[in-house]
Write a protein that binds this ligand. Structure first.
Ligand code: SF4
Length: 348
């Protein structure tokens, strides 16, 4: 048996007795369920994704039901999961698949890669797990296993390293039982070859793992080279009525927190009065500064200065035009809220 067959056979054998087979997305496997789970599992741990996946499936059991939903409903179910572009892309893709592919995900690499939010690894997972097709995947767990097994130096996001890893992933993915192999290598990375404490004694490829032989497992993969993140500042205006209704504004679809509902924002506290006047929110108000919040995005840090304004509920002719609503904390509307907004709403 050559070394490549040996690698995949060992993984398949290990998965048979040790792999997880009862995760929600491993039951009633369909391309739709695999796709949603793969998108949720990007940047999210399995344990965190499970309740989100279950809620998502009970609300949108099929691709058609997802396509028919409003973006607010989708983002409401995404609230707290972060990286909201994933939720927006799921919704956009469901609409495209409904209108252009009669509601059925195209089950080939070219077709899937055309759809928003589907990269090669997600496409590979859909084709292999849902259809047993011979397509490799390369998520974070798989990268870690391959980098350790071959002692590949560097950061896996670097183009040349990624290309090397794809070549290995292609070589190891067997033509038969690709569905089980894909789940096996993902599972090995998630449960045995973990980031900080790999359990090499339980690993089926221990004897051929170079990092293990070098006793340098945790040196792979290397971290992304650090950059100092720039800092931006903003003021959140939390207008609250005596009945605990809060003024929220929908953000534009593109950009940070696109399509989610946030507090109105201004660049400096001095602009509050001008903002009120411009929008016609008059009447007596009381202003209280709340403690600063720092929220870190992947490419900058946002310093948020929240100010609580107690006011009488007023509406302006521009409520709809400016995408404002009064949000009732006791009886919340189904809308998507970013995590810092949820935190602030809960704190007041
Ligand atoms: S032997 Fe250890 S480091 Fe190597 S792949 Fe297995 S768990 Fe990971």
């Amino acid at each position: 048996m050559n070394i490549i067959d040996d690698f995949s056979k060992k993984l398949l054998f290990w998965f048979e007795t040790n792999g997880r087979k009862d995760l929600p997305w491993q039951r009633k496997i369909t391309p739709y369920r695999v796709w949603v789970s793969e998108i949720m599992l990007q940047q999210t741990q399995v344990a965190t994704a499970i309740p989100y996946f279950n809620r998502f499936m009970s609300r949108f059991p099929s691709l058609d039901s997802l396509a028919a939903a409003s973006i607010d409903e989708v983002l409401e179910l995404w609230t707290g999961l972060g990286y909201y572009a994933r939720g927006r892309n799921l919704h956009r893709t469901a609409k495209i698949v409904t209108s252009e592919y009669s509601g059925i995900l195209p089950l080939n690499l070219e077709g899937l890669l055309e759809l928003p939010g589907i990269g090669r690894s997600t496409a590979g997972a859909i084709i292999s797990i849902a259809c047993g097709g011979h397509e490799p995947i390369l998520d974070g767990n798989v990268k870690r296993v391959l980098m350790r097994a071959h002692a590949i130096r560097g950061w896996p996001g670097e183009r040349s390293i990624e290309a090397k890893l794809w070549k290995l992933a292609e070589k190891y993915t067997p033509t038969k039982r690709a569905d089980l192999y894909t789940q096996a290598i993902m599972d090995l990375g998630a449960t045995v070859c973990t980031r900080s404490k790999p359990r090499c004694n339980f690993c089926p490829i221990e004897d051929q793992c170079i990092a293990k032989h070098q006793k340098s497992q945790t040196a792979y993969p290397e971290k992304k080279p650090r950059k100092t993140l720039p800092r931006k500042e903003t003021v959140f205006i939390i207008m609250q009525t005596k009945k605990n209704e809060i003024l929220l504004q929908k953000r534009p679809q593109n950009g940070i927190w696109g399509g989610l509902w946030c507090f109105p924002e201004i660049s400096s506290l001095d602009l509050i009065e001008a903002w009120r006047k411009e929008l016609g929110f008059d009447g007596e108000i009381k202003i209280k500064k709340l403690p600063e919040l720092i929220h870190t995005f992947s490419h900058y840090k946002l310093s948020i200065e929240p100010v609580l304004i107690s006011c009488i509920k007023t509406t302006t002719p521009d409520m709809g035009k400016n995408n404002y609503i009064w949000y009732d904390k006791q009886n919340p509307t189904k809308i998507g809220l970013p995590a810092p907004i949820v935190k602030l709403i809960e704190s007041i």
